[in-house]
Ligand binder design. Structure first.
Ligand code: PGA
Length: 250
């Protein structure tokens, strides 16, 4: 059985008060037993949101990035050691915004994934193609390269700690969502790659999330697809009412 996951990615949004209110509004409502909620918080609020959700077993707090080194002279960066020390055990890696604005390459992401898995983290690994690639119908090869170069060096035991998020760049923050059929088609392909590189069992147990303009209005249909195990939600995760609806869309 694969985990059903509703993950929020707050990106660089919210004040501390807003983060507190949003977290409480999510954790105060009973979350369905079979749903895992992950909140991707900005670094300054990790301890706060961690404390607010401590007693709620269905909610995990995630960082949005971590450096590949454990410590050192890297001004402004956050290490996995720091995250462990405050009890955070999930990290989003390879979001398209990190790839684009902070030049994170497949090779760098490989190092990040490796170090995090070795240190006991769950990694939400993002992949997805830009519009130009989708239009040229090379999106599957593009995503395959991202997975091959950053993930497939892991052992099958290590891969158990990875959640894949397929996020077509043309659908992120644009209001344009991949159709449920487009999402399913790519998710099925990703799962087939895992089967090919690992085993049927590994492939059938790994959760693959869809990201890109997920909203209460489309979540049910997307999550209803066979290989879509939930969502990584940006904009709609900043509002308690809409994220709570998405959590209940399985
Ligand atoms: P969006 O963002 O839901 O606002 O499109 C998704 C993401 O970037 O993870």
């Amino acid at each position: 059985m694969r985990r059903k996951i509703a993950a929020g990615n707050w990106k660089m949004n919210l004040t501390e008060t807003e983060a507190r209110e949003l977290t409480s509004a999510i954790s105060d409502k009973k979350i369905p037993n079979d749903v895992t909620v992950i909140l991707g918080c900005p670094a300054p609020y990790l301890s706060l949101t961690q404390a607010l959700t401590k007693s709620n077993k269905n909610i995990h707090i995630s960082a949005q990035n971590a450096h590949q080194e454990s410590k050192g002279a890297y001004t402004g960066e956050i290490s996995h050691n720091m995250l462990s020390s405050i009890g955070v055990d999930h990290v989003i890696i390879g979001h398209s915004e990190r790839r684009e604005y902070f030049n994170e390459s497949n090779n760098l992401l490989k190092k990040k994934v490796e170090v995090l898995i070795e240190n006991g983290f769950q990694v939400i690994f993002c992949c997805g193609e830009p519009l130009k690639v989708r239009k040229s119908k090379k999106h599957k090869a593009y995503v395959e390269k991202q997975l091959k170069e950053s993930l497939f060096h892991l052992s099958s035991t290590q891969l158990k700690n990875v959640i894949i998020a397929y996020e077509p760049i043309w659908a992120i923050g644009t209001g344009v969502t991949a159709s449920p059929a487009q999402a399913q088609d790519m998710h099925k392909y990703i799962r087939s790659l895992i089967r090919k590189n690992y085993t049927q069992k590994t492939a059938s147990e790994l959760s693959i999330l869809y990201g890109g303009s997920v909203k209460p209005a489309n979540a049910k249909e997307l999550f209803g697809k066979q290989d879509v195990d939930g969502g990584l939600v940006g904009g709609a995760s900043l509002n308690a009412e809409s994220f709570n609806k998405i959590i209940r869309s399985f």
